[in-house]
Design a protein. Structure first.
Length: 482
């Protein structure tokens, strides 16, 4: 407005000077004209101010618009940065390269891994239930200690060989007319139909079941080693995971001794096994389960008798200063370190361990003889004198389950491995697996050796040199003993 005032003042000065210079007659007319022009100037001045005010408003709006444009650009830059970061690093589930997923066809231990890692449906190797290759499985078409192994090691339904008994005489044949070591159980498992007498269980239902669907002497290791909890029934060592699955949920290990004592294929007597393939092949010239595997595992050549083993590697190393297979395995399965004799186990690792902090058939006998003290329940033995000892001064393998079935605390009979006379006479206070023969009943080997067990693959192979339940693992022994 300063320029307008100057302009108006200048024009007013010009008009006044002209007015003084005009004649008096024209002064009145000129004054009117000057007043009109002055009003026009004031009107133009007002219009000019309005225009400037509008121009200022427009400038202000432009500034605001520019400010608003800057803010979205900053927001867009922030969003762009976040997006770029997200697209770069964040570990996503659909990473086709590394992240351990269930459908990884390469490595990560999954259920549908076609390559390796110990799975249930592993077609390659690691100790699975349906492993078509090897390690100790239930349906292994190849080898190690399986229930339905078509090839070899100590299986129940092995179509080929291991620990199948075709003794021309009698005892404990694993190749029943039907199949695996079944006898005359109307149902199945571990029943005895001795043509003579002893150890006839002939229960149409179950008798002598180690792990009945209900209870009896089930160790039921949820993980592995030497478990005795078959979901079906009778005396199975069906590990939910792996190791030493002796019998499946069907039938296995029943006796049809035409004569008597459950021996496998002893030319003379005590449970000699002859594996056509490899593990635990027994050819006892005299008696006590000496092993001479055609291939490798557990080759025993005791000059005298008692299966003395000294495996330089691991499982079931035997160095008995006296006799019965004292084992001191530096590695794991069924390690025996009896200062005296009978299968005292002190496994530092797993199977049939002596001081298992968990449960299942742990051995911690203050004296000797496979005394079990399961921290859980079944087949719990904590008798300082006798219970489930292989060579009790009284009876042998007296079991006192803290839970129920197969409880043996009878000073006379009930489920003792050997009664006042000998051999695993069982008389369950309940019913099943009742054997009360004063002579022999239910012995793996007769008066010579009693309860010799043999694992085709490895753990808990028992071969009593003299008598008491000594253990010998069927794994590979040093060449010097072959």
């Amino acid at each position: 407005m300063g320029a307008d005032s100057v302009l108006a003042l200048f024009m007013l000065t010009v008009c006044v000077s002209n007015a003084f210079s005009l004649p008096v007659a024209r002064q009145s007319q000129n004054a009117d004209e000057l007043l009109g022009k002055y009003n026009e100037i004031l009107s133009l001045s007002g219009s000019l101010g309005l225009v400037q005010s509008m121009d200022s408003s427009v400038d202000k709006i432009e500034v605001e618009l520019e400010t608003n444009e800057v803010e979205p650009e900053e927001s867009l830059e922030t969003v762009g940065t976040s997006t770029v970061d997200d697209a770069a690093s964040n570990q996503t589930v659909s990473d086709a390269a590394s992240n351990q997923t269930v459908s990884d066809a390469a490595s990560n231990q999954t259920v549908s891994d076609a390559a390796s890692n110990q799975t249930v449906s592993d077609a390659a190797s690691n100790q699975t239930v349906s492993d078509a290759a090897s390690n100790q499985t239930v349906s292994d078409a190849a080898s190690n200690q399986t229930v339905s192994d078509a090839a070899s090691n100590q299986t129940v339904s092995d179509a080929a060989s291991n620990q199948t008994v075709s003794d021309a005489a009698s005892n404990q044949t694993v190749s029943d007319a039907a199949s695996n070591q079944t006898v005359s159980d109307a149902a199945s498992n571990q029943t005895v139909s001795d043509a003579a007498s002893n150890q006839t269980v002939s229960d149409a239902a179950s008798n002598q079941t180690v792990s009945d669907a209900a209870s009896n002497q089930t160790v039921s290791d949820a993980a592995s080693n030497q478990t005795v909890s078959d979901a079906a029934s009778n005396q199975t060592v069906s590990d939910a995971a792996s190791n030493q699955t002796v019998s499946d949920a069907a039938s296995n290990q029943t006796v049809s001794d035409a004569a008597s004592n459950q021996t496998v294929s002893d030319a003379a007597s005590n449970q000699t096994v002859s594996d056509a393939a490899s593990n635990q092949t027994v050819s006892d010239a005299a008696s006590n389960q000496t092993v001479s595997d055609a291939a490798s595992n557990q080759t025993v050549s005791d000059a005298a008798s008692n299966q003395t083993v000294s495996d330089a590697a691991s499982n079931q190393t035997v160095s008995d200063a006296a006799s019965n297979q004292t084992v001191s395995d530096a590695a794991s399965n069924q390690t025996v370190s009896d200062a005296a004799s009978n299968q005292t186990v002190s496994d530092a690792a797993s199977n049939q361990t002596v001081s298992d902090a968990a449960s299942n058939q742990t051995v911690s006998d203050a004296a000797s003889n496979q005394t079990v003290s399961d921290a859980a329940s079944n087949q719990t033995v904590s008798d300082a004198a006798s219970n489930q000892t292989v060579s009790d001064a009284a009876s042998n393998q007296t079991v006192s389950d803290a839970a129920s079935n197969q409880t043996v605390s009878d000073a006379a009979s009930n489920q003792t491995v050997s009664d006042a006379a000998s051999n695993q006479t069982v008389s369950d206070a309940a019913s099943n697996q009742t054997v009360s023969d004063a002579a022999s009943n239910q012995t793996v080997s007769d008066a010579a050796s009693n309860q010799t067990v043999s694992d085709a693959a490895s753990n808990q192979t028992v071969s009593d040199a003299a008598s008491n339940q000594t253990v010998s693992d069927a794994r590979q022994q040093p060449d010097c003993y072959k």
